[in-house]
Design a protein around this ligand. Sequence first.
Ligand code: ADP
Length: 373
Amino acid sequence: MNWLYASLGVAIAAFVMTWLRLRRSRRQADDFAREAGEMRETLAQQRTSHELDRAAMAEIVDMVGQGILAVSTKARVVVANRRVAEMFETSGDLAGRLVVEVIRQQSVVDAIDRALRGQPSSGRLSFDERRIEVRAFPVAASPEIAAVALFNDVTTIERLERVRRDFLDDFSHEVRTPLAGLKSAAETLERGGLAREQEQQLQHVMQRQIGRIERLVHDLADLNQIETGQLTLHRRNVHLREVLNELADDYRFALRGEDPVAFVDPARALQVFANLLDNAQKHGGGEIAVELAQDSGEAVVRVCDEGAGIPPADVERIFHRFYRVDRSRSQPGAGLGLAIAKHLVALHGGVIRAYNRAGGGATFEVRLPAADA
Ligand code: ADP
């Protein structure tokens, strides 16, 4: 009987052990299932956040002012932002397409080729009247992207650089002449031994040259003030005949026509007309006439002279700063007067133009907004 109890005890113990092991392994299985579920969830979350990152990155890359193009080892587009599509006038989804299909500029394709062979490069290319700066370089750290090209539209910057260069050239050219006159007069005076009359003559020369420099600086300051929008107009309804009458003491001209009333700043209108009369006297000649008219919502002033007129090719250019038809002519003036006049008229919402009359002589026509009713 004893052996029976013993075997029963062993069997019960075995059963209990097995049951315990089973329970443990079931718990382990549950734990494993739970862990697997959690991992799946984390992975899903990571994937979503990765996708969100990609979308955010695409949006950010699109916002950048530069063109950004990332390509694979096979020269296929991986990322191209909106600027690239705008600059190279391509549309649709560029991802996956070959660079040569997307960008027709050979120099860009070559730069990307070089970058794919590990060689960075930079340069500027011109097309459609634009200047684009291109920089291409290899990328080593990404399995997907092998090279990146960056595009920068430098058209405006280059134009401003040119304007600045031209301006400095013109300015130093304009200052050099009166300065040379001043220097030689001062040296002659310093040497001494001059008759009273000669001294007076030299002083007169010096004053004239100083006047030229002063006028140049004053005109430039004026132009700068207008161009940077710092000039405030004090506009009111003004009889243009009255404005022109104020100039009668300084200039000889005949005043004809109606008495238009314009909505202008009288001091600035006077400045424009004084400049035109000054030019008519200086560059034109003969009898000078000012014609006034009221023409459907506009007050019109025409300053006419009987000089040689303006060469047809220069009719537009004379309004550019520092432009003079004949640079060698020793006429006073730096070529800023008409540039200032054009800006002032435009500021009033009017227009100024020049033309030659059939009978000879130049006419400058100014159209200004008529009186505010
Ligand atoms: P400036 O008189 O100082 O030279 P402006 O800007 O007033 O500068 O004029 C620019 C140029 O336009 C002059 O140098 C001249 O060549 C030309 N011009 C202006 N007015 C006349 C005119 N009435 N007749 C012929 N040429 C003119």
